[in-house]
Ligand binder design. Structure first.
Ligand SMILES: [Zn+2]
Ligand SMILES: [Zn+2]
Length: 297
């Protein structure tokens, strides 16, 4: 982002879109159905995972910082219940991801040489210690970078302890099979972000994984979803009551009674196609947007 763009983003965040609520390049209000409600709540996976290996490409809905500022202000005087919409979006997204994680595991089970139950336990031990090391190392680095030197050092001591345990666990694992099989990289799928982790990965790679944007992004999305689900029942009741009171209130969803439907795995499927058709998609979308703009004028 150039300095000018940064300044603009800051101003948008502070000021919103201005008095008529449409002073943005899309010429919409924040409650227009075309605006991404998850983005308004800072949890759209398209934004959080952008420029990671799982980049989903541009969100099919509108993202605009000024609209987010408008929403935050409006929400203070009137409840829009967008948390419920965002929850549905994230639920669909996460269940898609979990489905993919399951099939990745399935594929691994089919292609990797099968371990006896006893050896599998030993391999799991190594994996688990590795995971703890990676997570602690990433955390220690983060704390160190933020100036919490003492806390960071304390974590590094714990990492050292875990390393010793891991060496032992590796030794046990190695002793339980012929050298040639031991050399093979055994993979496992990260439950959080579905990336592959190898049993011979070194600490550096593990720290990069657990402290990386992709893994942390997935943690953020999953935590947000848990948070939204906690209040969902109560919020749905409240929405039902509010809906009754606002029967003829056409400000609610930009003048339309509007129910949002998330289109299953399409977001993720696009990921696999995106190299082929990224530019074409973008061209089409811009065309759509321009058409919408013209129509709205
Ligand atoms: Zn979005
Ligand atoms: Zn991960």
């Amino acid at each position: 982002m150039s300095a000018h763009d940064q300044m603009r983003a800051m101003l948008d965040q502070l000021m919103g879109t201005g008095r008529n609520g449409e002073n943005n390049k899309f010429h919409v209000k924040f409650n227009d159905p075309r605006v991404c409600k998850s983005f308004l709540l800072s949890c759209c996976p398209h934004e959080i995972l952008s420029s990671t290996r799982m980049d989903l490409g541009e969100c099919p809905k509108i993202h605009d910082l000024a609209l987010r500022a408008d929403f935050e202000k409006a929400q203070q005087s009137k409840d829009y219940f967008y948390d419920l919409d965002a929850m549905e979006h994230l639920q669909a997204f996460i269940s898609d991801c979990d489905r993919r994680t399951e099939s990745a595991k399935q594929r691994l089970a089919e292609t990797q040489e099968e371990l006896s139950a006893e050896v599998a336990v030993k391999a799991n031990n190594v994996h688990e210690l590795q995971e703890q090391i990676g997570q602690k190392l990433a955390k220690a680095e983060q704390l160190g970078a933020e100036g919490f030197v003492e806390e960071s050092m304390k974590l590094m001591e714990e990492v050292d302890e875990l390393r010793k345990k891991k060496l032992e666990a590796e030794q046990e694992y190695r002793n339980s099979m012929p050298a040639s099989s031991y050399q093979q990289q055994k993979l496992r799928v990260c439950e959080v972000c579905s990336a592959y982790l190898g049993i011979h990965d070194n600490d550096r790679r593990l720290a990069d994984h657990f402290g990386g944007k992709l893994h942390l992004g997935f943690i953020k999305i999953r935590e947000k979803l848990t948070e939204l689900e906690k209040t969902a029942e109560k919020r749905k009741e409240e929405r039902k009551r509010a809906f009754k009171d606002r029967e003829r209130d056409d400000d609610y969803y930009g003048g339309r009674r509007y129910r949002e439907h998330y289109v299953g795995g399409r977001e993720l499927d696009r990921r696999s196609r995106r190299h082929r058709s990224k530019s074409r998609e973008r061209r089409d979308r811009d065309k759509d947007r321009n058409r919408d703009k013209d129509r709205d004028r």
